[in-house]
Design a protein around this ligand. Sequence first.
Ligand code: AVW
Length: 248
Amino acid sequence: AVVLLLIIAIVLAVILSPKDFKSTFMQRCKNFNGNNCAAIWDAFQKAYVNRDQCDVPPEAYDSLIEAAPLETSCNRMMFWSKTKDVAQDLAAKKNCSTLERTLLGSILDGLTWCGKRGSNETLTEGCPKWDDCVKNPVRSFWNRVSAAFGDAACGDVTVMLNASIPTPFDPKSIFATVEVKRFKSSKVKKVTVVLVTDMNSVTNCKNKSLQDLQNMLDKGIIYSCLEVQKSRIQECISDQNKSCGSCW
Ligand code: AVW
């Protein structure tokens, strides 16, 4: 009986998961005050349904971005790499804008989806993993929205990087491959790296990869790097009166 129940549960989960995905999508969209969530869903799923799971390019999401443009505000944009949790906590506290706090980012954060040829379904199981193929629906989505987020960068921007790894500015990261390249000196005044340090730190602001970051910036964009202890960042998150930066 237990085995039978288990089988029924699995079958139900598989049948229901696409619907679950859509309801999660719609719920998150409405929670964000998205007004045309039905149109956004439509544009979203057109990107990957009925397509090979490894043949969805970033451009497939162009019409989604058109349907739901990213809203951001100058001087409050925060980028991150290998610091997701602390960056999100800080952004929430300081009311700064990470991609995950925009409409599309907040809807799809943490979700997995794909389609398959000959079907109009959205699947959530058996989808390619991040590194299985480059043009998978999830990876292409994050690449495409990150491009839009990088394009929107303006004023003073903050980037949280991690000093516990040898290469805080990872050349393979989305931040390096997609976002930084789109910072324009006509719009972005300054890039401040907040390099989060702790007991396990293996590097500092003199890191070679940070030199690469600096060299990659358009001439005219000011660069600065601050080493900030994780415990201090945690105080910035929990204590109103602590003196911290505008987005850290
Ligand atoms: P990240 P990014 N396998 O911390 O600069 C599975 O490196 O890339 O930061 N998942 C992966 C992989 C992988 N090899 N690589 C990346 N991911 C996923 C958009 C995973 O979910 C924002 F605006 C991981 O947590 C930031 O400025 C996430 O991508 C920037 O791009 C971040 O990887 C962060 O991307």
